[in-house]
Design a protein around this ligand. Structure first.
Ligand SMILES: C[S@@+](CC[C@H](N)C(=O)[O-])C[C@H]1O[C@@H](n2cnc3c(N)ncnc32)[C@H](O)[C@@H]1O
Length: 813
């Protein structure tokens, strides 16, 4: 409050800090922010009166939320420092003078909203203190009825007391809708709630009794007690919910701290009072007057005493502990070890001290239990997360880089074999098992030579293993079904064109095929074209260096090429200028180097890199690596022939024999091309086709055709990408909302669900506006005047053309 002195440190609650941060003059500002968030009355108001406005937090919020050029008038007993866009003055809202000033500011305008956040000032010697909160509310309502426009809003603070219901009744007579709410920024310990009255009925005449405190808050005569009923149904004791005690309308209660030390029920004091004062009452205990000088009375304790309403559990515990210490110091607590007689003497202490200790112990226990359960939860969450990730990886057929596993189980997992459990294909696993014996490259430069030699030996072994693996791989490749290979080649071709957004789109078929480690080309496999197991295998640390080496080599290569060019240039220069340059020598050296490199490259190129290159090769080269012809069976004849061979009906020699027939040696010299084209269709042996072969080919073609075309895939990819982007945007927005401390949990949830539903809605398709090319639009090029968005210029000619086209189409049908 404006006059009441605020103790900055004592009110360090979240809203206080937020208000400071956002530049609001009071934490109360957030109450209006939250009320407006819920009811949205500020945005709709053009004229607003803020009664009891000092220091001006509500006025600031109103100025922020109301439309430009709105009229905001703030009044308070206390002065209000100027606020942009706000007219403020000092007056008592219960007086006619205040009414007149407001009128002078409003002129002929009516107010859309009247706000009232007044509370009778406590401690100051004002006459206005005589008013109770409820009376002040009624006064503000009276003022509101003078200025409110029909349909206007009245927002007021009320305290839960016995006057609350009569007040609500009055509001309901004057407004269409009356809702009581407690914004999150209002302290729970505070009895205040806010009543939002909307839709002022603006009656022509208001019965003065409605706004007269004497009538509104008049006590109803107590009904005559039914003593007979009492005998049979004894009265049950009800909890007192009326709010303030009779005759005690002050909100701020202060107690000398000495009372807190002396009293037998410290917890009740902490719950009732606002402040524990260190000012010693006249004639108080001298020893206690030195309380604030005790070393136990830390600054924190003093701050806690300043405002008990903002304290948390921890602070209360600290205060209780401090009280115990002080009591001990002043000899108010009898030590447990002391004799029983003494215990009897200080009856009160024996009762209270253990209670405090027990409280402390209980709280401590509770805290420990909470901590333990938190740790448990965290562990469980972590494990669940781990499992979830694993499942996702499995589902997506993603390769698991070795170091992901390491995260959880140490640098090499539980098992020093790099945990290659998943490589279950015998060849690969054997190789890995052998490979694991190879010590990892040591970064320690001071390793002895013998260790280096060992490394070399192991390196050779690794080479051998890789050779063996590759040979096995080649054998498997040869055994492959041609159908699957063609399929893969096609797929690979497609993925070359459009990779989409999924990390791994391999089909099950492909994965089944990719059992062995992928061949190496340029030593380093490309993980996105390898099978899971192969990628796992090549993800091992021992392969990591190879990449760099290769890059280095490439770089060297480039350098070599450059050097070579340079050398050549130099040679030319030498020829012309007859200078003595060791270029030829250099060149010969480099040439040999280059040749060596070429040789190496040639060897490497034999190691087919990945499915990608393999597929390409298969497309371009009709031969397999072993020299056999690589023919895909794509016709029913070929399939029938293959079936006959597979079932032993025919042998390869029969096929060769069949090759020699009457069409084998046709004399085509001098024949025209058109004739040959036609002839070729018939000048061949017509082989019988079996039903099964025809069905197999049909099925094959169906499978090929079932795959989406490239454009469809691209469109799908784009759609997926856009959806992902949208989702990401939404995620960011909702995270921002969730972090916004100014919003209540309910508001946050509402805003987020609003966002979601908005995002779910499809944008309506933009309508194309048809503009007829007549008048000013005749013969114009470009956008016609006054037309926004998509448009299409049409004319009568076009209409006729379209009609003619339709007629033709109909005729053709
Ligand atoms: C809780 S504060 C208002 C805070 C204000 N809404 C804000 O956001 O900064 C209550 C105010 O009511 C004022 N007040 C109490 N009785 C009043 C009266 N009779 N006339 C005018 N103002 C009064 C006090 O001066 C005090 O500043």
């Amino acid at each position: 409050m404006a006059i009441q002195k605020k103790h900055g440190k004592g009110r360090l609650d979240k809203w206080y800090r937020l208000a400071k941060e956002k530049g609001y003059r009071s934490r109360a500002a957030f109450k209006l922010v939250q009320l407006n968030k819920k009811y949205g009355f500020l945005e709709k108001s053009r004229v607003l009166i803020d009664l009891c406005a000092a220091p001006g937090g509500w006025c600031q919020v109103a100025a922020e939320c109301m439309p430009n050029q709105s009229l905001i008038v703030g009044v308070d007993l206390a002065p209000i420092k100027p606020i942009p866009r706000v007219i403020s003055f000092q007056s008592d809202i219960t007086t006619d003078k205040c009414r007149a000033i407001i009128r002078s500011h409003l002129k002929h305008w009516k107010a859309d909203t009247v706000l009232h956040d007044g509370a009778p000032n406590v401690g100051a010697a004002w006459v206005q203190d005589a008013f109770s909160q409820a009376e002040l509310v009624l006064e503000s309502l009276r003022l509101a009825t003078d200025f409110l426009a029909e349909g206007g809003n009245f927002v007021t603070k009320v305290f839960r007391s016995k006057d609350y219901n009569p007040l609500l009744w009055v509001f309901k007579q004057l407004f269409n809708s009356v809702e009581a709410t407690k914004p999150p920024s209002s302290r729970n310990v505070s009895a205040e709630i806010f009543v939002v009255c909307r839709g002022y009925k603006a009656p022509k005449r208001i019965d003065p009794k409605f706004l007269d405190p004497k009538h509104v808050f008049a006590e109803l005569a107590a009904p005559t007690p039914n003593n007979e009923a009492k005998v049979f149904n004894p009265e049950k004791k009800k909890r007192k919910r009326e709010g303030y005690e009779e005759g005690d309308y002050t909100q701020f209660k202060e107690l000398p701290v000495t009372e807190f030390i002396n009293e037998t029920d410290p917890i009740a004091i902490l719950g009732t009072y606002n402040k524990l004062s260190f000012q010693q009452p006249i004639g108080g205990d001298m020893a206690l007057s030195a309380l604030d000088r005790l070393e136990e009375t830390t600054d924190e304790i003093k701050q806690c005493c300043e405002d008990l309403k903002v304290l948390g559990k921890k602070e209360f515990r600290n205060l209780l502990k401090w009280r115990l210490k002080v009591r001990e110091k002043f000899g108010l607590v009898v030590n447990k070890k002391k004799s029983k007689d003494q215990e009897d003497e200080s009856e009160e202490v024996a009762e209270i001290a253990p209670m405090d200790e027990e409280l402390a112990i209980q709280e401590e226990l509770h805290r420990l239990r909470e901590k333990e359960s938190k740790a448990d939860k965290k562990l469980r969450r972590k494990e669940n997360e781990k499992k979830r990730k694993e499942i996702v990886r499995l589902q997506m057929h993603m390769t698991t880089p070795m170091d992901i596993g390491m995260e959880q189980v140490g640098p090499y997992g539980d098992d020093p074999t790099f945990n290659l459990r998943r490589i279950d294909k015998a060849g690969a696993r054997d190789a890995v098992v052998n490979a694991r014996d190879i010590p990892a490259e040591s970064s320690d430069e001071s390793e002895s030579e013998t260790e280096d030699e060992e490394d070399d030996v192991d390196g050779d072994r690794l080479e051998r293993e890789l050779d063996g693996l590759y040979e096995r791989y080649q054998e498997r490749m040869e055994d492959r079904d041609t159908k699957l290979r063609a399929k893969k080649a096609r797929k690979q071709y497609e993925t070359d064109e459009w990779e989409g957004f999924s990390e791994d789109n391999k089909s099950d078929d492909e994965e089944e095929e990719e059992t062995g480690p992928a061949p190496l080309a340029s030593n380093k496999p490309q993980s996105d074209t390898l099978s899971n197991n192969a990628s796992l295998f090549f993800d091992q640390d021992i392969f990591q260096g190879l990449d760099e080496e290769e890059e280095d080599e490439e770089e060297d290569d480039d350098d070599d090429d450059d050097d070579e060019e340079e050398a050549e240039r130099e040679e030319e220069e030498e020829d012309s200028e007859e200078e003595e340059v060791p270029a030829p020598k250099q060149k010969s050296k480099k040439e040999t180097k280059k040749q060596e490199k070429k040789k190496e490259k040639k060897q490497e190129s034999e190691w087919v890199d990945s499915e990608d290159e393999e597929a390409e090769k298969q497309i371009n080269d009709p031969r397999k690596p072993n020299g056999q012809l690589d023919i895909d069976i794509i016709t029913a004849e070929a399939m029938a022939l293959a079936q006959a061979m597979a079932s032993g009906e025919k042998r390869s020699t029969d096929i060769v024999d069949d090759g020699f027939n009457r069409f084998s040696f046709r004399d085509v010299d001098g024949l025209p091309e058109w004739f040959l084209d036609d002839e070729n269709q018939h000048s061949k042996i017509q082989r019988p086709i079996t039903k099964a072969a025809a069905a197999a080919i049909k099925e094959k073609l169906r499978a090929i055709n079932a795959r989406p075309i490239k454009k469809v895939m691209e469109a799908k990819g784009r759609k997926k990408f856009k959806a992902a982007q949208k989702l990401e945007k939404l995620r960011k927005k909702s995270a921002l909302l969730a972090d916004d401390e100014a919003l209540s949990e309910r508001d946050k949830a509402q805003s987020i669900s609003k966002l979601m539903s908005k995002a779910g809605k499809k944008k309506p398709k933009q309508q194309v506006k048809l503009v007829v090319a007549r008048g000013n639009n005749r013969g114009i090029s470009g956008r016609p005047k006054g037309v926004k968005g998509k448009y299409k210029i049409v004319d009568s000619r076009m209409k006729k053309d379209i009609r003619a086209q339709k007629r033709l189409a109909k005729k053709k049908q």
